[in-house]
Ligand binder design. Structure first.
Ligand SMILES: CC(=O)SCCNC(=O)CCNC(=O)[C@H](O)C(C)(C)COP(=O)(O)OP(=O)(O)OC[C@H]1O[C@@H](n2cnc3c(N)ncnc32)[C@H](O)[C@@H]1OP(=O)(O)O
Length: 409
């Protein structure tokens, strides 16, 4: 029987969600998880493939606002919930869904699509390039002195119920979003996801805790964490598992880390993701004891090359003609002249000779300033056609603040 690709109907949501769960091999969601997932699903952007009455593939998107270099918030499609049933894999269903979705994103006028990948090898063929890294840290707090800056003693710390303190924490988070490329402006409901604390997902740790950091009565930062109790023959060796630690002010940030380092009966801290330019390794005496694991996080796909490149600013003045290859979205193919600086940019079609040649995937990788055009050229993924063009464009595309996506979606 032929399969049919079509939009999700509200009444089909449960079956659609079960299809997704099966493809990931996950246990059924708790009622609380299911309700939140359903609330966050944008039905108008969710679709699937049906084989008769059976839903055999799923995909969707969130309408996000992404911070780009320069601080603008750009509307993007956050591609998500992609799955194909084991009975129907490797017959082209994913490819068909990606084609359908990118055409829809273009129609909506969103210049970029973004995603996090279950397996990084999947999405390059559809024009998505790895654009940001995240850094997981494991810190040996027994051997390190806790961070200390002048003023940390003036920061008042208060333990609160994570859900009850959401509004105060969100005010801090909202200040951070425009300051870092890769961050997403919060949409309704996503704050609750940040404090979801399902007993089945605690992996041996206790309940989620939240500590607020206040200066002059105002909340300036927060950390969310859970403690995993460990007793060894030699004594306590618990682990502080940090989910979030956020504070725009360095002194408040140091105060939060000092607190996390000092929790009784623990000897290490793990934090599941921080930006690669995080301050913590510089706040401790011995940065080797902050052991990092780097991993790609956010993938970026320019859907409209001209609009995407004009939506960000450039660290240094740039004037370059790009020859872009994009077999999956052929409307992007050809030559584009990009001119811009730290105040704005214009990108338009041109017939002038090309100076750099690259595919849309590399453009996605360089877009947020997380990977340089020079490093992509060293892997033969970018070709310099006019001497000097690579060095100038590579610096211009950079970002002083490393891009970072604090959470999956
Ligand atoms: C944004 C997100 O939601 S990420 C989550 C992705 N989902 C999952 O990981 C859930 C488990 N996996 C699955 O559901 C499926 O195997 C999928 C969605 C990854 C692939 O679906 P399929 O329908 O089998 O893919 P399809 O047949 O369209 O393959 C298209 C191309 O991708 C390739 N491909 C598919 N899956 C993978 C993979 N896991 N790794 C590398 N390449 C892959 C295929 O080989 C094919 O290559 P080609 O262009 O050279 O012909």
């Amino acid at each position: 029987m032929a399969t049919e690709l079509r939009m999700l109907r509200d009444v089909e949501w449960d079956a659609w969600s079960d299809t997704l769960n099966r493809a990931f091999g996950e246990p059924p969601p708790s009622p609380e998880q299911r309700a939140l997932r359903r609330e966050l699903t944008e039905t108008g952007r969710s679709f699937g493939v049906w084989d008769g009455a059976d839903c055999v593939a799923t995909a969707g998107a969130f309408s996000f606002g992404l911070t780009v270099p320069g601080g603008a918030e750009v509307p993007v499609a956050g591609v998500t919930m992609v799955s194909v049933q084991p009975t129907h894999r490797r017959r082209g269903l994913l490819r068909a869904m990606m084609r359908h979705q990118l055409a829809d994103v273009r129609e909506r006028g969103e210049p970029l699509a973004v995603l996090t990948a279950s397996e990084p090898a999947i999405y390059g063929r559809f024009g998505y390039g790895a654009a940001a890294l995240d850094m997981q840290l494991t810190v040996d707090t027994l051997r390190l002195a806790a961070p200390e800056l002048p003023g940390t003693d003036e920061v008042r710390l208060r333990l609160v119920d994570p859900a009850a303190a959401l509004a105060e924490c969100e005010r801090v988070y909202a200040r951070l979003v425009p300051a870092r490329p890769g961050m997403l402006a919060r949409r309704p409901g996503w704050d609750r996801l940040a404090v979801l604390d399902l007993p089945g997902e605690r992996a041996g740790a206790g309940e989620l805790q939240c500590v607020l950091a206040e200066v002059d009565g105002e909340v300036r930062g927060y950390a969310r964490y859970a403690v995993k109790v460990v007793w060894e023959d030699a004594g306590p060796a618990g682990v502080v598992r940090v989910r979030h630690v956020e504070a725009p002010d360095p002194v408040v940030y140091a105060a939060l880390w000092r607190f996390l380092f000092g929790i009784d009966l623990t000897s290490s801290v793990t934090v599941r993701t921080r930006p690669v330019d995080d301050a913590l390794p510089h706040l401790v005496g011995d940065m080797r004891r902050c052991v990092p694991v780097l991993r790609e996080s956010l993938f970026v796909r320019p859907v409209e090359v001209g609009a995407a490149l004009a939506a960000r600013t450039y660290r240094t003045p740039v004037d370059v003609v790009l020859e872009v290859a994009d077999p999956f979205c052929p409307w992007n193919e050809g030559r584009w002249r990009l001119t811009g600086d730290a105040t704005g940019a214009v990108c338009a079609r041109t017939t002038d000779p090309a100076e750099l040649a690259l595919s849309v995937r590399e453009l996605g990788s360089a877009y947020l300033g997380g990977f340089t055009l020079r490093s992509l050229a060293a892997a033969s993924a970018v070709r310099e056609l006019r001497p000097g063009a690579l060095a100038a464009a590579s610096v211009a595309f950079g970002s002083d603040v490393a891009p970072w996506l604090p959470h999956g979606f």
